[in-house]
Each structure stands twice: as C-alpha cells, then as structure tokens.
Write a new protein. Structure first.
Length: 131
C-alpha cells in the first residue's frame, strides 16, 4: 500500500499517473493524503480545490482512497495517515522551493529524510527532464 502525499498541484497529477502505473505492476494499492494547516474558520477555497483535484484523480483511478489531515507538521500528519491506513511506503514529489520560501518554511521532504520513520519513494520535480 502506497500513500502519496499531495499538495493538490497539477504536477502531482502527472506523478500520480506514473505512480498508478507502477502500482499496477507491483500489485499495490495507492491512496492519497493531503495535509492542511489547522483553521478556525473553514477554508472554502481549499475545499473547492480539494474537490476539483479529487475529481481529476478519480478519472485516472475511480475509488482511490483519499485522506485529509489538519496539522502544522506535514510529515507527522502523513506518517499518522500511513499508520492508520497501513501504508507500507510514503511517496512524495520533490519540489525545489525558492530561497525566500526556505527562509520561512521547513521543507517537508528534508524533514521526512532526516526525521521520518516511514520508507519513502521520492519522485523528481520534473520526471520528463533528463540531463
């Protein structure tokens, strides 16, 4: 069972498509997890974005498992979902962030590598670009 942590980005859809293809060959189940910051007031824009993303993914794989967790710590939340849903591996898409972003935010992938307990499958930022 593979849990893919998504940021709801269009680039994630391409990775999920490749992951689904890999999962067929491995006879593995794929589920999606999204982590949002805790909020006091519902974020309807994010809810609409989630619904649209799920709709796009359902076209690729009807009935795919989908889990949303509210937590400030992305990897903590993904590991919680992974444990609760018995996922064997967490898959993520590498995303190169700007220096400005890195100044104020922790990179979840870096955190996963250094502090995470679950095995990781990391997809490159641009799977079609080769040097």
């Amino acid at each position: 069972h593979i849990l893919f942590g998504t940021e709801l980005a269009a680039a994630d859809e391409l990775v999920i498509e490749k992951l689904l293809s890999l999962a067929v060959r491995l006879k593995a189940k794929v589920s999606l997890g999204h982590v949002s910051h805790p909020v006091l007031i519902p974020d309807f824009a994010e809810e609409m974005q989630v619904s649209a993303f799920i709709g796009n993914i359902a076209k690729l794989q009807p009935g795919i498992g989908w889990y949303i967790e509210r937590n400030r710590n992305v990897m903590e939340a993904l590991e919680k979902i992974s444990t609760e849903k018995n996922a064997d591996i967490i898959a993520l898409r590498y995303q190169n962030h700007s220096a400005w972003y890195r100044l104020f935010n922790e990179n979840p992938l870096k955190e996963a590598i250094y502090r995470g307990k679950a095995p990781l499958l990391i997809f490159p930022e641009n799977p079609h670009h080769h040097d």
